[in-house]
Design a protein around this ligand. Structure first.
Ligand SMILES: Nc1ncnc2c1ncn2[C@@H]1O[C@H](COP(=O)(O)OP(=O)(O)OP(=O)(O)O)[C@@H](O)[C@H]1O
Length: 256
């Protein structure tokens, strides 16, 4: 497996305080990595910094594109970052309405990202959008419906279709199950795992739920107060946590 992202000593400050600091890891093609930790531990700050949505104050983030060329993201020009975001990445938000365009149809939400890559054929765009709706368990008959006519779970599945339709190589996800009812979470996670695995997409996912990490992630980073306190294979971390904070997190789900 080839590395796709190399993160070295990354830090993001808010004023004098660090949102996250001293973060280093490597991500490989097709690998799913979860970032876990309690509220305020710096998970979302780290994710947004890696995706270039926040400017890093320290460290380096290097991304390898499909042609094998490395890009230093912390110093990348905005236009170039947008190009990578369009061609190589996806970003799934906790609340679907932040990641969807609520004023256009479900079909347009999916085909828009393909159009941005130069696909112009209306009939083909429409049939691909329909196929992707079906892949995320939404009937293709709903192609012309607005996302606001969908349930929360459907909206989140639509957001997944919008992000995966371009076959990105890396998708950032910020608590994608956070806004969902517990009853729809399990099925959503199952679908997500299947799609990500079939397409061989690398994922960095923020979650406060260790159960989500157990189900999806090859590797897990545990954050506390802005720092990574433990990192490793998910099964190892959950079955044999080394850091006292991870032990606390794990024992709290065992008791729940
Ligand atoms: N825009 C901001 N301005 C100032 N401080 C911020 C800002 N955003 C986050 N922080 C601070 O940075 C730290 C990390 O916050 P962050 O949102 O990254 O944590 P989190 O682990 O994602 O939490 P949650 O699970 O609640 O979303 C917190 O102390 C938070 O108060």
């Amino acid at each position: 497996m080839k590395p796709i992202l190399q993160v070295q000593n990354v830090a993001k400050r808010y004023g004098a305080r660090y949102g996250c600091r001293d973060v280093s890891f490597e991500l490989f093609e097709g690998e799913v990595l979860c970032i876990v930790g309690e509220s305020g531990s710096g998970k979302s700050t780290l994710l947004a910094t890696l995706a270039g949505r926040l400017a890093a104050d320290e460290g380096e983030v290097r991304f390898c594109d499909k042609d094998g060329e490395w890009h230093e993201l912390t110093t990348l020009a905005e236009a170039e970052r947008r190009r990578l975001a369009r061609t190589e990445w996806g970003f799934v938000t906790q609340h679907a309405r932040d990641g969807l365009r609520m004023g256009v149809s479900a079909g347009a939400n999916v085909s828009e990202r393909l159009m941005a890559l130069g696909d112009k054929h209306y009939g083909k765009l429409r049939s691909t959008a329909g196929e992707w709706l079906e892949k995320v368990e939404i009937s293709a008959e709903r192609l012309d419906d607005q996302p606001s006519q969908f349930s929360g779970g459907m909206q989140q599945r639509l957001q997944i279709a919008r992000n995966l339709v371009t076959r990105p190589r890396l998708v950032f996800m910020d608590e994608p199950t956070g806004g969902l009812d517990v009853s729809v979470q399990a099925r959503f996670l199952d679908l997500l795992r299947r799609l990500v695995h079939d397409a061989g997409i690398a994922v960095i996912m923020v979650t406060h739920d260790l159960g989500v990490a157990r189900l999806l992630a090859h590797r897990t980073l545990v954050m506390q107060q802005g720092r990574v306190v433990e990192a490793g294979l998910t099964d190892q971390i959950l079955d044999d946590p080394q850091h006292p904070y991870t032990q606390l997190l794990v024992s709290s789900i065992v008791q729940a």
